[in-house]
Design a binder for this molecule. Structure first.
Ligand code: PMV
Length: 333
């Protein structure tokens, strides 16, 4: 056991939305992905988490104002075991986490949640990890959390090999996107709970969809084009590649047996409007995750127009506008 004093450490992290998707793991325990992915960290709805190491018999996890549900607390505790293992410290912790994503906004809170927990917990247990190591650790909580450690645009490398080699080479890093001036408009079309978790849907897609391997292959090409376009500040290419990568991911799911379908009628209406906007000369491009809500990438100067158009659609319940946001940060002790 080491002699870290029980100082509360607090960190804040933001959700991210993938423009090149992560869909499928080659190692479920280490969360090693099949493909590399690329995302934009948002500037809305942070998660703030405080971790205090203390002498108690078990971890206590508070979510908002209440004790966290058992499955949530279990995930946090299993993640803390990884941190304790690295810190050679067996003590438990008091964890308080506050999530600001409105219920049903369709922005997964797990990425921001595990990124904030990674930064707060490593500091609380006295570990001094640099960004690549933090992204690798966050990955173990939830794959997409690795990207929320980074601000702005980030690539999560699939890494090479299995076991330790895979674990060491699968990390996220920030990309230079200074030439891109974008907004992401989130159209919430349904706040219903998803019919199947992304974890189960990924596994079923990998095991049964004849379209999965072709998507994996095309995703590597998409990533190559996307990186060049981000660096060049070429929104139409970034948007087109993002849209086809996401629709391709959903096509792999539709090919699964039985099919995994996250589209709702409202999703189709938003996708139609995005095509309409492009016909009207507004560069706007859609992406969707493991749920029916649609996120629309556009130039920052077009975001009010895009948001107003999407708000008019009958199936849209809520429209939010986000921009590239900050990296996960530790509050000074
Ligand atoms: O990190 P998870 O297990 O929540 O999976 C995220 C999967 C997608 O959101 C659909 C795609 C992505 O890259 O974020």
């Amino acid at each position: 056991m080491n002699s870290v004093s029980p100082v509360p450490r607090t960190a804040r992290a933001y959700p991210n939305i993938a423009l090149i998707k992560y869909w499928g793991k080659r190692d479920e325990l280490l969360h090693l992905p099949t493909t590399s992915s690329l995302s934009m960290t948002l500037d809305i709805f942070p998660t703030t988490t405080t971790v205090t190491v203390c002498d108690r018999e078990f971890d206590e996890v508070i979510l908002g104002d209440e004790p966290a549900p058992t499955d949530f607390a279990g995930k946090v505790s299993r993640f803390l075991d990884l941190v304790r293992d690295r810190a050679h410290d067996t003590r438990h912790a008091y964890v308080h986490t506050c999530n600001t994503v409105p219920l049903g906004a369709g922005l997964a809170s797990s990425a921001a949640g595990f990124a904030a927990l990674t930064v707060a917990a490593t500091a609380a247990y006295g570990l001094d990890l640099k960004e690549p190591a933090l992204t690798r650790l966050a990955r173990r909580g939830s794959g997409s959390a690795s990207r929320s450690i980074c601000g702005g645009f980030a690539q999560w490398h699939r890494g090479e090999g299995d076991g330790t080699a895979g674990d060491e080479s699968s990390f996220a890093e920030t990309l230079d996107a200074t030439r891109l001036n974008v907004a992401l408009v989130v159209a919430v079309v349904s706040a219903r709970e998803k019919p199947i978790s992304s974890r189960a849907a990924m596994r079923r897609t990998m095991e049964t969809s004849p379209f999965y391997l072709p998507w994996v292959k095309s995703s590597a090409e998409d990533l190559y084009r996307m990186r060049k376009a981000i660096y060049a500040g070429d929104l139409p290419v970034v948007g087109e590649v993002a849209e086809r990568n996401a629709l391709g991911m959903h096509a792999t799911m539709l090919g699964a047996r039985p099919a995994v379908r996250y589209f709702a009628p409202g999703s189709m209406q938003v996708l139609d409007r995005v095509l309409g906007l492009r016909d009207e000369g507004v560069p706007a491009y859609a992406t969707m995750d493991a749920g029916p809500n649609v996120k629309v990438l556009c130039d920052r100067s077009d975001s009010s127009r895009v948001a107003a158009d999407l708000a008019e659609i009958v199936g849209t319940e809520q429209v939010l506008v986000a921009h590239p946001g900050p990296a996960a940060t530790l509050e000074t002790a």
